[in-house]
Design a protein around this ligand. Structure first.
Ligand code: ADP
Ligand code: MG
Length: 307
């Protein structure tokens, strides 16, 4: 196992109220494994990712990565693991300096994290560009002279250059056209086979998860509602929310992220967080929040499965 996350929790202040964006989330990832984290916008997916790389500090919980708890690690300990966990975001443009050539940006990790010299960096950058399907002449281009898909390829090249053990992809294809999206996914599958990295693939697109991931964690309003192998979850979803996600009755895209008022009400109204939208709602769901149970080789948080 390379990552063992336990009871990770993060609260934020919103309109002077505290709400829990990530609520007691636990999961594990083995070497070479891909975990999909799915759930509608606002369910806490990015907050988890940001805590894993400590862009955000967790309120509580453990992030055991290769024997070290990153949740409590100090600056120099974090620095030491920086090359082992890389993250790619939805908008790669934001993380490239428009005044720098691609080779400088892509090779930055090699310089600052690995301490390589210019010649070594140029060579490795060229190899990485080739690996992600960008022509060698792209090394001298500026980011505003390439397309969104190419920019995301460059971001992937930059991330894999330091040979991370874990690559976190947060909605990395969401801003791309469908055909470009497919190319990026094929690239990830290809890299996965070549590099034996572990992945966390965050998305609201379930078809991608089905294609890429070994295991799936389904989130709803900061909670784990169901998790298990991708095969089990897709072939036999048990939680009403997972079923809805899969049945297209409710496509995740058309849920409004900014329903902040009703969202907060939901957060404080007790019982199951999914009850307002649940087709299987029962009396008990109004007052008691279901605990996570282990049934049929998976975790599930739903009163339907009380014995
Ligand atoms: P997702 O990635 O699943 O769309 P996020 O993790 O980005 O969800 O956000 C979860 C919730 O936390 C949302 O309600 C969001 O508005 C809120 N949130 C995220 N980051 C912050 C922050 N820095 N300050 C306050 N609220 C935040
Ligand atoms: Mg997000």
């Amino acid at each position: 196992m390379i990552l063992d996350v336990k009871n990770l929790t993060k609260t934020f202040e919103k309109n002077n109220k505290t709400f829990t964006a990530v609520d007691n989330i636990s999961f594990q990832i083995n070497k070479g494994e891909c975990l999909g984290i799915v759930g509608e916008s606002g369910s806490g997916k990015s907050t988890i990712a940001k805590m894993l790389v400590r862009l955000l500090n967790p309120d509580s919980g453990e992030i055991n990565f290769l024997g070290k708890d990153l949740a409590t690690a100090n600056k120099s300990e974090l620095q030491a693991t920086r090359k082992d966990i890389q993250m790619i975001f939805q908008n790669p443009l934001d993380s490239f300096n428009p005044r720098k050539k691609l080779k400088t940006s892509v090779g930055a990790g090699l310089k600052y994290i690995m301490g390589l010299n210019k010649k070594e960096i140029d060579k490795k950058v060229n190899e990485a560009l080739n690996l992600v399907g960008l022509k060698p002449e792209y090394a001298d281009r500026y980011i505003n002279k390439i397309s969104g898909g190419e920019c995301q390829r460059a971001a992937i090249a930059r991330a894999i250059l330091v040979e991370p053990k874990l690559l976190i992809c947060d909605e990395i294809t969401s801003a791309l056209d469908v055909s470009v999206q497919a190319q990026i996914i094929d690239l990830l599958v290809d890299l996965r086979n070549k590099m034996n990295m572990s992945y966390i693939f965050i998305t609201h697109d379930l078809t991608l998860v089905r294609y890429l991931c070994d295991r799936v964690l389904v989130m709803y309003k900061g909670n784990e509602v169901e998790s298990g192998t991708a095969k089990d979850i897709f072939e036999n979803p048990m939680h009403p929310y997972t079923k809805l996600l899969l049945s297209c009755i409710m496509t995740v895209d058309n849920i409004d992220e900014n329903k902040s008022i009703s969202y907060e009400k939901l957060q404080h109204s007790g019982g199951c967080k999914f009850k307002e939208m649940c087709p299987n709602r029962m009396e008990i769901c109004n007052s008691i929040k279901p605990e996570i149970k282990q049934i049929n080789n998976r975790n599930i948080r739903c009163h339907l499965y009380n014995d």
